[in-house]
Design a protein around this ligand. Structure first.
Ligand SMILES: C[S@@+](CC[C@H](N)C(=O)[O-])C[C@H]1O[C@@H](n2cnc3c(N)ncnc32)[C@H](O)[C@@H]1O
Length: 361
């Protein structure tokens, strides 16, 4: 791993590597669909709140003894909706870059365990937020959360049920398609491909004793398994390209797709995008795609926030790496399907056939 990433990151690699080995810093994403009192939330999470581009988050007080501390378990309201969701702040950014509107049809291609789906639901169903003054008035948007793995889809179902109230859940559908073979062509305004990837941080964190701070329990050290190799990176890149190619076809002309990974390997990030641009970059092609000029954040204030958070521009997107930002890693790129391009394969507006579809209760 070291020679490969030293070549990519040069003298930055040792610092980045140690940052990747540190515990992930989680924030609590406040659930605006939950009816627990603000007082109760602040009592458990403390006063440190921030508004990250319209999403309310609590940062966690880090204990001075370096123990990592505990993660307060979110209480539920009377309808069983939980008050907050623990996640890496970096995971907020790809869904925010989609700039989801209230009437959008949204597809989350690789959705489990569901953190980014929850973020997208907050944007899409903002009228349903407690105290919004327009609660319960549906604005017409819908969210499809797809996950190929049955066990992970079960977890996704749990998260969606725990974090969304019934009226919102009725506008959410769970499917179990292979993301490389999506068939709902030309149907969606916004698509998120948060692709399976090498997850170097995860691999590096498995080397040596770990502590699961979210449950405050010590975990036995897993055996050191060298799951990482340049070959494995390339193999992920192939799958990522296949999913991305298939997902792009699900966009309506004019629609936007965010491609993201938590890999620090450029072959899984900008290179995958480059391959897609080689295939779909011709504006006269059946499907024409380009990188969105605004990279998902047209407002200069938001771009300033990204900078303050330590995000860095890459050739085609952004990345947030833990040596500069304390969060991540995450990479994302915003692609837009150029108006006028025609969908290939099934007719525009076709509904998926053969999808494992589940209604959430
Ligand atoms: C990085 S994780 C997604 C994390 C999720 N977006 C979140 O924020 O909680 C990638 C997911 O893609 C799923 N996956 C892998 N191959 C897939 C495929 N061909 N089609 C759809 N999903 C796939 C994996 O099971 C995994 O759950």
């Amino acid at each position: 791993m070291d020679p490969y990433f030293r070549e990519l990151y040069g003298s930055r690699w040792p610092t980045l590597k140690s940052a990747l080995k540190e515990e992930v810093r989680h924030i609590a994403l406040v659930n605006p669909f939950c009816r627990t009192s603000e007082h109760e939330r602040r009592r458990q999470l403390g006063e440190a709140t921030a508004n990250v581009m319209g999403l309310q988050v609590h940062s966690r007080a880090e204990p001075k003894d370096g123990s990592g501390g505990t993660y307060p378990v979110p209480p539920s309201d009377q309808a069983g909706v939980k008050a907050w969701y623990w996640m890496d702040l970096a995971s907020l950014l790809p869904p925010l870059a989609l700039r989801i509107g209230e009437t959008d049809a949204v597809l989350d291609v690789c959705a489990a365990p569901g953190g980014k789906s929850i973020v997208m639901a907050q944007r899409l169903f903002r009228r349903h937020r407690v105290g919004s003054g327009a609660e319960g008035q549906a604005a017409g948007g819908c969210l499809v959360c797809n996950e190929m793995s049955a066990s992970r889809r079960k977890r996704l179902n749990g998260v969606v049920s725990d974090y969304l109230p019934a009226d919102v859940r009725s506008r959410v559908r769970l499917t179990g398609c292979d993301g490389t073979k999506l068939r709902e062509h030309g149907v969606y305004d916004k698509v998120l491909v948060d692709a399976p990837c090498s997850s170097e941080r995860h691999i590096l964190m498995q080397r040596g004793p770990t502590r699961d701070h979210r449950s405050s329990r010590s975990k036995a050290s897993p055996p050191v398994i060298d799951r990482w190799s340049p070959k494995q990176c390339k193999s992920f890149a192939k799958t990522q390209y296949a999913i991305l190619k298939s997902a792009l076809q699900c966009l309506k002309p004019g629609g936007r797709l965010v491609y993201s990974t938590c890999s620090v390997a450029v072959v899984e990030n900008d290179f995958v995008v480059e391959k897609v641009l080689e295939k779909f970059g011709d504006p006269e092609g059946k499907i024409a795609v380009r990188v969105a000029e605004d990279r998902g954040f047209p407002d200069p204030k938001d771009r300033e926030t990204l900078e303050q958070l330590g995000c860095e521009r890459t050739n085609h997107g952004y990345c947030m790496l833990p040596d500069r930002s304390k969060f991540g890693p995450i990479y994302w790129c915003v692609l837009e399907r150029v108006k006028g391009g025609r969908a290939v394969g099934a007719e525009d507006g076709t509904k998926a056939a053969g999808a494992t579809s589940a209604t959430i209760n």
